[in-house]
Design a protein around this ligand. Structure first.
Ligand code: AKB
Length: 322
């Protein structure tokens, strides 16, 4: 990879992945694609080029690819699971229509494409614990439907047209930089913000609801490593199970309380998010990613909690919030 276009560069993953790609490939162009209203700011704006690239506009994608001689596209535009249930048409338009636009440009202009899938690509009929790489994928959410369609479409473009498409199934991603919006796993980010601000947390997910989660530095590394992987070793492409930790609200609150003993949480389940979480696996088996491209996470719940709280305390120090 040399010249990279990130579509959705100002979102939860994009804002950090763009910076990481710029430091990983200092001699290439790493272009932050954004939509009006979500302009890049600060370091993201100043550290490299940015362009308006709306995933629903194939011409804008093609123009950015031509202008910067792009060879790889990171397609991060998505409507997350809870919002997708309230706006299913929009979720399809961005998740599937948008991906089709990206794949067509990639086919014509010979680009590699990374499009994340998710634990949301599984459904209630999937084995729940240690979910295998190749198994039943019959999601009951629109988000999941777009993710499975995306996996199939990406594999089709690889097999039919030779487009170098690759992907991982992201768990819930936890970060102190850019908050997520509209996901089912967002509670596992919000809980750290509440703890660092000294606030009580109302948990929208019931005790005993396990989901796979991952700290952002591991997720960013996975996105780059899969695109750098030796293609001759890849048996799978779209999309790899990756995993690092699985927990329920009781476990994360216990870990936070080790550092913040007076932290207080009350359950206030959100029926929409709970139903989505109940349809997803508890934990994924990521052995194919480990054997085909040497995937290995670095953070567990303990390590992530320490790092999250350290950074959030800095963010919310009175002198930094003025
Ligand atoms: C969501 O909760 O919608 C996302 C995901 C797991 O894909 N974080």
């Amino acid at each position: 990879m040399k010249n990279i276009l990130i579509i959705g560069a100002t979102g939860q993953i994009g804002s950090e992945l763009t910076m990481k790609l710029r430091s990983t490939y200092p001699n290439g162009e790493v272009v932050a694609g954004y939509i009006p209203g979500a302009e890049p700011k600060g370091e993201l704006l100043e550290s490299g080029p940015s362009e308006i690239v709306d995933i629903t506009n194939p011409q804008q994608i093609a123009e950015a690819v031509d202008k910067y001689k792009i060879d790889s596209i990171y397609n991060l535009a998505a409507v997350l699971s809870a919002v997708a249930e309230t706006k299913p048409q929009l979720a399809w338009k961005i998740g599937v229509g948008g991906l089709y636009n990206v794949l067509e440009v990639a086919r014509e202009k010979n680009c590699a494409v990374f499009t994340p899938s998710s634990i949301g690509s599984f459904g209630p009929g999937t084995p729940k614990v240690n979910t295998p790489q190749d198994t039943i994928q019959r999601p009951t959410t629109m988000y999941g439907v777009t993710k499975v369609t995306g996996e199939l479409l990406s594999d089709y473009y690889f097999k039919r047209f030779g487009v170098d498409t690759r992907s991982v199934r992201f768990p819930g991603l936890i970060s102190y930089v850019t908050p997520p919006g509209g996901g089912t796993t967002d509670y596992a980010v919000d809980i750290y913000y509440a703890a660092a601000k000294g606030e009580k947390f109302y948990c929208p997910i019931k005790p005993g609801t396990f989901m796979d989660m991952m700290y952002m530095p591991d997720a960013l590394r996975a996105a780059i490593e899969i695109m750098e992987a030796d293609p001759s070793r890849l048996i799978h492409r779209n999309s790899f199970n990756i995993a690092s930790m699985s927990f329920d609200p009781e476990m994360i609150v216990a870990e936070i309380k080790n550092a913040v003993p007076d932290f207080c949480m009350e359950y206030k389940p959100d029926p929409l998010r709970q139903a989505i979480a109940d349809s997803w696996p508890d934990s994924l088996d990521d052995s194919c990613a480990r054997s085909e491209w040497d995937w290995k996470p670095e953070y567990d719940l303990k390590g992530m909690t320490a790092d999250m709280l350290k950074h959030l305390y800095l963010k919310f120090k009175p002198e930094n919030t003025k």
